[in-house]
Design a protein around this ligand. Structure first.
Ligand SMILES: [Fe+2]
Length: 324
């Protein structure tokens, strides 16, 4: 079931139009204050116990218990969850295909070097056999081991109808001079598209690098073809021109990377806050899928994921009933 999000008018980056963004920072601040309070109190209790000062036994147990649970959560977030990749299965009915088309959506690899996530990704591609592989940016965290790992992925990944990529904000801001995609399986798109035929179904795969000429990519879509639009952030979702796309794939938010149970992402780095934090949305006639991505924000951020497993999305376009 696609959650309904109404089509909005073109939205600027203002407090009035995106109040959720500020709520997000308030919740983050409260969370950090709560964590800090627990550890300051725990330290005070340990010092008090060492000095044999009297104090409430029950409250001491609760605070020390919370501090211990916090350490376990940090260990889980640093050593277990980052390599525990989820393959999300997403079905999108459309009258523009007559047989299923399988698209593997990869994003935010943020390669630090070759590791278990990169190995597992190759295994997933071998198992799932997608028709098409797409990448929506933020390739590496460093230009040495990270670049070598990303290029190794780029030469190893293969799909019968091709591999298409757009650059993310990291790629544009920090790695513009590097050869991320050249000489690999990736065809980099920046304000353009390619007409791909998959078992008789016509797909216009188009997109742009972060901040690139995305409108041009959409304008040149051939009539009748299923339009798959790739862009790093979901922040274009409310733009009226996106109604020319059938499916918009994005990453960037990392799903929050660190989430709270029942609340979700603490920070999304999207200008619309938590509105498009992860998953499938319907914006007018366009479906939007925001993938949590594979990797983690680079330095100086700590490499942790909590309640937010790394993700690749296997998107299956299926014929709409009655449209064969
Ligand atoms: Fe990213």
């Amino acid at each position: 079931m696609i959650p309904a999000i109404p089509l909005r008018e073109k939205i600027g980056h203002t407090l009035a139009e995106a109040p959720d963004k500020w709520v997000q920072y308030l919740v983050l601040l409260l969370f950090l204050v709560a964590v800090l309070s627990v550890y300051v109190s725990a330290a005070a209790i340990l010092v008090g116990m060492f000095l044999k000062r009297p104090g409430g036994r029950r409250i001491r147990q609760v605070i020390l218990g919370l501090a211990a649970a916090g350490i376990l959560c940090m260990a889980w977030g640093a050593f277990v969850e980052p390599d525990w990749i989820e393959v999300s299965q997403v079905r999108i009915p459309t009258p523009k295909v007559s047989s299923p088309v399988r698209i593997l959506h990869i994003t935010d690899t943020h390669c630090d070097g070759w590791g278990p996530r990169e190995e597992r990704l190759l295994e997933i591609v071998r198992q799932e056999k997608p028709d098409l592989i797409v990448f929506t940016g933020d390739s590496i965290n460093n230009p040495e081991d990270g670049l070598r790992a990303f290029r190794r992925l780029g030469t190893s990944l293969k799909a019968p109808s091709g591999c298409f990529a757009v650059g993310g904000n990291w790629d544009v801001w920090y790695w513009n001079e590097l050869n991320l995609f050249g000489g690999t399986s990736w065809k980099a798109l920046d304000g353009e598209g390619a007409l791909v035929t998959v078992r008789g179904n016509r797909l216009w795969v188009c997109g742009a690098a972060y901040g690139g000429p995305w409108r041009t990519a959409l304008k040149t879509a051939p009539p009748g073809a299923f339009t798959l639009f790739l862009y790093h952030t979901p922040d274009l979702a409310p733009e009226p021109e996106l109604q020319d796309a059938d499916l918009y794939l994005a990453g960037h938010t990392h799903g929050g990377q660190v989430c709270l149970p029942f609340y979700g992402a603490l920070v999304t780095m999207s200008k619309y806050g938590k509105a498009y934090e992860s998953g499938l949305y319907r914006i007018g006639t366009c479906a939007l899928y925001v993938c949590r991505g594979l990797g983690m924000e680079g330095d100086p951020a700590p490499r942790v994921r909590f309640c937010c497993r790394p993700e690749v999305a296997l998107i299956e376009l299926v014929p709409e009933p009655g449209h064969r």
